[in-house]
Ligand binder design. Sequence first.
Ligand code: GCO
Ligand code: MG
Length: 416
Amino acid sequence: MSNTNETPTRGSSHDREIVEAKVIVTCPGRNFVTLKIVTRSGVEGLGDATLNGRELAVASYLQDHVVPNLIGRDAGQIEDIWQFLYRGAYWRRGPVTMSAIAAVDVALWDILGKMAGMPIYQLLGGRSREGALVYGHANGRDIAEASDAVGRFIEQGFLAVRAQCGVPGIKKAYGVSSAKGYEPAESELPLETTWNTPRYLGVVPKLFEQLRADHGAEVELLHDAHHRLTPIEAARLAKSLEPYRLFWLEDATPAEDQKAFELIRQHSVTALAVGEVFNSIWDCKHLIENQLIDYIRTTIVHGGGITHLRRLADFAGLHGVRTGFHGATDLSPVTMGAALHFDTWVPNFGIQEYMFHTDETDAVFPHDYVLRNGRLHVGDTPGHGVTIDEKLAAKYPYQPKQLPIARLEDGAMWNW
Ligand code: GCO
Ligand code: MG
């Protein structure tokens, strides 16, 4: 509450008043939307609002509808501002809204950390672990190439690797790329890819059989089916992968059908992960309460920020479900920094996805997290430890890019 008689001291509500909120759109290799909030005393906080292929929708939501509501508020009232933007908005949830709320929330936690002189993991309750186990992305056009790529990750010290390989007869299979990093949003209008489930189901068990033969039993292996299967096909895949002990099978079926996971569970003990496209606790309530998944992938930028993810993670913890945050390159270093503070604290942590950003992205977003021995370690910089070089950001204007779509061979639309 603002108190006009209060002497402005460090940390007073007068000092904490939000005087500026700026939306920064930049494309250092890919598009990112960042919100910078500034308080009267000059403390700055950053939040990521990137929604791949829909960046300007979130930028507009922030600019046109959120920013005018922030000016004059107390940056220390993180919970009240969250409730104002969620409960007060009438139109709730959805990726655009929740990414915008996340940007505000993370920027405010960053400010709180800077005011307190503490890293965010400390504000959340302190360190539960030294570093966050991460998984890298290996892929290849065929099984042999994918296995070589997995080997290279293991040589670099990765303890966990996601593996994807080409599907015979399919152009542009999900997760496969000849470039250094896998960047699916490639073109101004969506690239059309084709899909064939029987061929995919034929190749994936062979891939993991080969990976275990080449790399042994210990390395953690993961796979992403990217929402392509029907419930019974997913059950079949999960069952056929059991001998290769995956850390998880991700997004086996389209995530909005929570019942589908009951069927997969009836048939298999392969661990299941889902939720990178979720944006609220309500999207995964049934899955968690009924213990139909093992890992929840909803992450800070698309799930309403640290404030909401903390509720989600606690709820998941009650039911034996661990976190496995989404961390593809379309989540900016700001989200990665915030996520790593969360991972460093959260008791029911599982794993963190990690893809290298381009050098241009790293230069625009200087950060203090480092990769050591297969784990990412946050620094002790107050806040989340990620900043933005605005001058450099301005040199990379927005470029329209959308995610691909998938069609079956008869032309019908499928899930990408
Ligand atoms: C993953 C994801 C990504 C998404 C991408 C969409 O597990 O990392 O599935 O590959 O497709 O983040 O923007
Ligand atoms: Mg995924």
